[in-house]
Design a protein around this ligand. Structure first.
Ligand code: FPP
Length: 256
């Protein structure tokens, strides 16, 4: 009991110390996270992979809360990729139930915290109960103006870019735009992230160092931050450390 208290106290102190080091005027506006390592976290404990996903969902709640407190404007979370369908059916079904479960439990809290729920990704293919839960959350939070919590669900960057090019071509054919109008801003407006600025900081957990078809257009000038920590172990302190490292980097956007 005493030991638990001591551990909690130490954790709290660590958070406060790290937080104090952060420059509140330079918090990244948009953070994107590839939440990886749920399966390995579970395996290490002799648990089924889905136990890692369940734990990962609880971490989402804590990180959303902390990001919001720190003044982050948008948080994009890679929850399910277009490639994740290759996993065993029961695992896919379990992950697809998570948004519904998450929102059933935490939507009132998100509303109270002024969070706006959004999604990017291909709607087709997502089970109707998942779509229903997500649509309800989007609808109920659309007038909020706090943190944008953007779930990438059935998302793949090449799919997004392909769809953007397809739509842009249709508009060219229809004559609503002309070839001279095509610039980076216009292309950006055809992306699913339209209206949300590009990420300033990308975090990937679990020691993998790749982008896995995530926001390839939007990450052009993003600071990348990798950690060996598995997503279910990712804490508020890790988030603060990532932000601190971000603040210590010099962003030049190709300049000098
Ligand atoms: C990657 O770990 C994780 C996923 C594919 C699922 C991510 C989902 C969550 C973290 C929960 C999402 C919560 C909500 C609210 C939508 P992995 O399974 O690839 O792990 P591994 O690389 O160790 O096998």
């Amino acid at each position: 009991m005493m030991l638990n208290k001591l551990v909690n106290l130490t954790k709290m102190n660590k958070e406060i110390t790290d937080d104090n080091k952060l420059d509140r005027s330079r918090i990244p506006s948009h953070i994107a996270i590839i939440m990886d390592g749920n399966g390995r976290w579970a395996k290490k404990r002799g648990l089924p992979r889905i136990a890692g996903h369940r734990e990962g969902m609880k971490v989402v709640r804590r990180i959303v809360k902390r990001a919001n407190q720190l003044g982050v404007k948008a948080l994009t979370l890679y929850a399910f990729s277009t490639e994740n369908w290759k996993r065993p059916k029961p695992e896919v079904e379990f992950i697809m139930k998570l948004p519904e479960q998450f929102l059933l439990t935490y939507l009132p809290e998100l509303i109270e915290e002024n969070v706006q729920v959004r999604t990017i990704g291909q709607k087709e293919g997502i089970p109707s109960y998942t779509q229903k839960a997500v649509n309800e959350a989007i609808e109920k939070t659309k007038h909020n103006d706090g943190l944008i919590l953007n779930f990438a669900l059935n998302y793949g960057s090449r799919f997004e870019i392909t769809e953007a090019v397809r739509q842009l071509s249709k508009d060219l054919d229809a004559g609503t735009i002309s070839a001279e109008d095509v610039d980076e801003n216009l292309i950006g407006s055809y992306m699913m992230t339209k209206g949300i600025g590009d990420p300033d900081l990308l975090i990937r957990t679990s020691g993998e160092i790749r982008l896995s078809n995530f926001m390839l257009w939007q990450l052009a000038y993003t600071e990348l931050w990798f950690t060996d920590v598995y997503w279910p172990d990712f804490s508020e302190v890790d988030l603060e450390q990532a932000i601190l490292d971000y603040q210590n980097r010099g962003r030049r956007f190709g300049g000098v």
